[in-house]
Design a protein around this ligand. Structure first.
Ligand code: ASP
Length: 301
């Protein structure tokens, strides 16, 4: 594996998007400090969020597409040569674990749709009905014109373990009421998640279409490779999105960057984006360090 620090002991740390990751981080930080792997930690945070039926943007309880079907996307990454992803999964809940199986047990990077569900079944994973009653009711209200689409929040997680290895995971049900077949940034290496152990990692959340055209997380890591601090990298990614798309006031993107030596940068287009940090000091939820448009209404869950 790749040692991160030359002179100091690595400090185990987890950084994750939105308050919805808090419970998962509380469960994952002790095993990480006790010597667990970063990959196990990021999968544990994502899995806990996927299984939480009160989270309407990831896993069970996720809001469906326009036709009323929930489809899930996820990605895990340890290095450019070691990543795995699934998208448009319709029948299985633990999609981050499934993405990890793609990484560890196949010669491929991404499986989509029925092929991903078939792979999960072949692994012995249990099928689930992903449409929770509350999500169905919300979709019915939206369909009949009574509800505008709520914001949509991916769980994106980065961690460094005590061996100095970094890993990342990203899991989402995607944009609420999306067109059937739409896949966003989350499961694609370099878009919703990127990890390069020589440099660090980045995760993105929010309107995936705004992240994909600028390869947002790849860009953040490349900026760090060329000397930017994590916070400078976040700022430049958001500025690039701004220049490229002139986002509308309701559109949000949040970015977290973690350098190989454990420094965190964070930011968002609008207020409301929060970062969960877990380490030996405990688990805390903090607002993003920078906001491009503090003058526009907050976009949060
Ligand atoms: N980025 C995700 C997507 O566009 C959604 C989110 O972060 O809420 O699918």
């Amino acid at each position: 594996m790749w040692p991160i620090l030359d002179s100091q002991e690595p400090m185990p740390i987890i950084a994750a998007t939105w308050s919805l990751a808090t419970g998962g981080c509380q469960g994952a930080i002790a095993p990480l400090i006790a010597g667990g792997s970063a990959l196990d930690a990021v999968c544990a945070v994502a899995r806990a969020t996927e299984r939480d039926p009160t989270v309407d943007s990831v896993g069970l309880g996720g809001l469906p597409d326009a036709t009323g079907h929930v489809t899930l996307d996820a990605c895990v990454m340890v290095s450019p040569a070691k990543c795995g992803a699934v998208c448009a999964v319709a029948k299985h809940l633990d999609v981050t674990d499934l993405a990890r199986m793609v990484m560890e047990r196949t010669r491929h990077v991404m499986l989509a749709g029925k092929g991903a569900d078939d792979f999960a079944r072949a692994l012995g994973m249990r099928e689930s009905n992903l449409l929770a009653p509350a999500a169905r009711a919300a979709w019915e209200r939206w369909r009949t014109g009574g509800e505008t689409p709520p914001s949509h929040d991916t769980v994106g997680v980065l961690a460094i373990d005590s061996a100095g290895v970094m890993a990342g995971a990203c899991s989402t049900s995607g944009m609420a009421y999306k067109l059937a077949g739409r896949v966003g940034d989350s499961p694609i290496p370099g878009h919703g998640l990127y990890v390069d152990p020589e440099v660090g990692g980045a995760v993105a959340t929010g309107n995936g279409e705004l992240v994909m055209g600028v390869c947002g997380t790849f860009l953040a890591v490349e900026l760090m490779r060329r000397g930017s601090t994590p916070q400078e990298a976040v700022r430049e990614v958001l500025e690039r999105i701004e220049r490229t798309y002139s986002p509308e006031p309701h559109q949000q993107v949040g970015v977290i960057v973690l350098s190989r030596d454990g420094r965190i940068g964070s930011g968002a287009l609008r207020g409301g984006f929060e970062v969960v940090v877990a380490d030996e000091q405990g688990v805390r939820l903090t607002p993003a360090a920078m906001v491009t448009h503090p003058d526009t209404p907050e976009v949060k869950r």
